[in-house]
Design a protein around this ligand. Sequence first.
Ligand SMILES: Nc1ncnc2c1ncn2[C@@H]1O[C@H](COP(=O)(O)OP(=O)(O)OP(=O)(O)O)[C@@H](O)[C@H]1O
Ligand SMILES: [Mg+2]
Length: 458
Amino acid sequence: MVKSPTLRLLVGLLVTLAAVAVYSWYTLRQLNGLRQLQTDTIDRNRRDSLQLLRMQNDLSQIGLALRDMASGGEPYGIAAYENELAGKRADLEDALKTEARLSPDNRSPQQQKELTNALRQFWQTTGETFAFAKAGQEKRAQQLAATTLPAQQSALASVVARLLFKNNEAEEQAAARVAIIYNRVGRNIYAFLAAMLVGIILTSLYLIDSIKRLFAEVESLSQQRRILAAKLITVQEEVLRSVSRELHDEFGQILTAVGAMLGRAERKGLPPDSPLRAELTEVRQITQETLEKMRALSQMLHPAVLDDYGLVKGLDWYTQLFQKQTGIETTLDVNGDIQRITGQAAIHCFRIVQEALNNAAKHAKTMRAEVSLDFGPDQLTAAVRDYGVGIVQDRKAREPGLGLVAMKERAELLRGSLSVEKALGGGTVVKLHLPLPQEEGQAYLTQQRQEAQTATHD
Ligand SMILES: Nc1ncnc2c1ncn2[C@@H]1O[C@H](COP(=O)(O)OP(=O)(O)OP(=O)(O)O)[C@@H](O)[C@H]1O
Ligand SMILES: [Mg+2]
């Protein structure tokens, strides 16, 4: 018995689904990590860098203003720059606030403090400078604008530049991490695809092997079934033939002898009006009727005419009998170069026509049936056509009969083919195609058995 591959396939399917689920979960996690890295580090870094650039821009404008203040070119003195610097201070502080919010995770509090302190110092000195200017100490204010303030401004600018550089570095590191994740995901996708491919190839090979085994098993079972059916039909025919011969030869002889003896006894000096003579006549008639019935039965079991005269005569006899028994008008039409068909071929062909006619009587509700035999050079076509209701495919019908199955088996035994179809214009036509000349059925049976043995050994 071939084991069903269903359980293994189901387990395989479950393992595959689990692998796909785990892999999908893993990939989604990696992609989420990537997205997080993108928003948390790279985008934030860029926005922070923008604020630092804004500060750098403010500082360079402040630098220009300090140069003018130090040169003393302004007629209203240094105090005239207070508003301009106040505007820059407001912008710088706004930038500083936003920048502190966006500052990347890797920024140390020390670095942040350095920036805040440098700014505080600068504005403190700026305040002192304007205070000196307002107090009329223009020279002192100019000195501060020329020395301390530019120094503090450039210190501030270099802190901002360092922070910008750090941001750039952090961005490069993030890009490197993204590349690593991409490479890892890419490698895993290839590994996963390769594993799936191997899985698919192995499953397909297993499936192909299972199907091959199943087909071999079905083929072997079908061979065995065919042999069994052939054997059954052959044995059935042999039994019928021997019972028929027994009935005809043994009992027929006995009844014939009994009839003859009764006839002789009747004539042995009994007066014509003797009651014993009348009884003897009656018994002789009963014996005669029994003999005729027995001969008819013997013919039905196995028509001797088939052995003596062949298929055509056998069917001629049977169609007439069938018409007489059923009242269905039945004709036999023979065409082509008639060949004498006897033995197994004759009996199987006869049984097929017999079953087709019986089916017509049982199911077709017809009053007419036609049997035809067409002899070709290498094929005989036997057809039985009725004009009845036709075959209706009813799957829910009561227990299916065996007639059609046996007809097909018999056709196969003769290496022929059988078809049952709706006839044009209504009714059913059963067609049997037989290759000619026909060999003896036993030879076919032996060959079938040999084929089955070869198939089993394969
Ligand atoms: N000539 C026909 N006209 C209409 N229906 C038919 C004809 N021949 C067969 N059938 C249908 O096909 C079915 C199968 O026929 P089959 O000879 O195999 O079985 P059966 O005659 O019912 O039983 P069994 O032959 O075993 O006594 C029949 O039951 C009948 O419905
Ligand atoms: Mg039948």
